[in-house]
Ligand binder design. Sequence first.
Ligand code: BMA
Length: 367
Amino acid sequence: MKYILKPITMIAAAIAIISCGGPKESGSQTPADALLDRLTDLVDEGKIMFGHQDDLMYGHSWKLADDATEYVQSDVFATCGQYPAIYGMDLGGIEMDWPANLDKNRFDHMRASAVAHHERGGITTFSWHPRNPLTGGDAWDVSSDQVVASILPGGEKHDYFMTWLAKAADFLGSIKTADGQTVPVIWRPWHEHTGSWFWWGQKLCTTEQYKALWQMTYDYMVNERGLDNLVWSYSPGAGELTSVEVYGERYPGDEIIDMVGFDCYFYSTREDYLAKMTNALDITKAFADEHGKLMAITETGYEGVKDAKWWTEVLYQAMKDYPVSYVLVWRNACDAHMQHHFYAPFPEHESAEDFKAFAALDQMMFL
Ligand code: BMA
């Protein structure tokens, strides 16, 4: 989906505005365009939306009941009294017809909670860790460097993979309010491709194959299926970003991408993280400016948040001077053996007080 208005669209929009009294009544704007406008306005206002993966599905010590009908529990809300503005979820498993995704979130709850979040004024983003269509392994199975080649047109798994895209498209197009309005979402497939830990990663396919994978995904979802509710997001891993050229090496093109970002985690020290973030933000901003795109920190966090002032003294300091649309921290796993795997606080956590101060900052947007 393009954000740049073509002359014919501009004329149509002008006629609609004149005849209907304003852009809101024009009826010609797609859900994705409306979301992009909103995202642009918020950046212009200097807001950074806070996001949390799987926020309404489970938390550090709770999980949504199978028969739940409302989506109100949240570690972020329990800590600061507000919901995250951005709600991340992952479609991994949709391709297998599983009832729940790879992190055990039921797809029916994912759909309904995305609608509930939208009705609360929030924005949902979906990533996708699909299984490996060639080997039968998971997204992290990098045992073959022929996977992307095999699913492109002419490849032995092409037809099979198109059934996976169909299932993802069915889901993304099915997020609707009770009165039938399609909910716009930020769609972020094929992420962290500058690393080589997913089957679509740097060493697992060529630049041409990676770009062709995006083109095929976009052509199918937008041109063939007519999905008009997707804001397309591109997010390399920050670790490999040594220059703007590296950032753009596998960029699928301005016609496909609406928003650019990166994934960057805290692994060792404040200094190391701040240096990595500054580097990735500088490069992403230069690229975003050059291409007229919005920018975001599509994934970040410190597993276990082992720094009581991490929110105001590290994360906020790293991003406050950049026009960041949103920053999303990863999930708070609830499984017994994954208790260390959390990236947002919960009320008893040592960083909870600092998180409240972070959430109260003017620049930060929660709901
Ligand atoms: C990873 C971990 C995994 C999870 C995956 C997809 O970073 O959190 O446990 O399955 O993301 O959400």
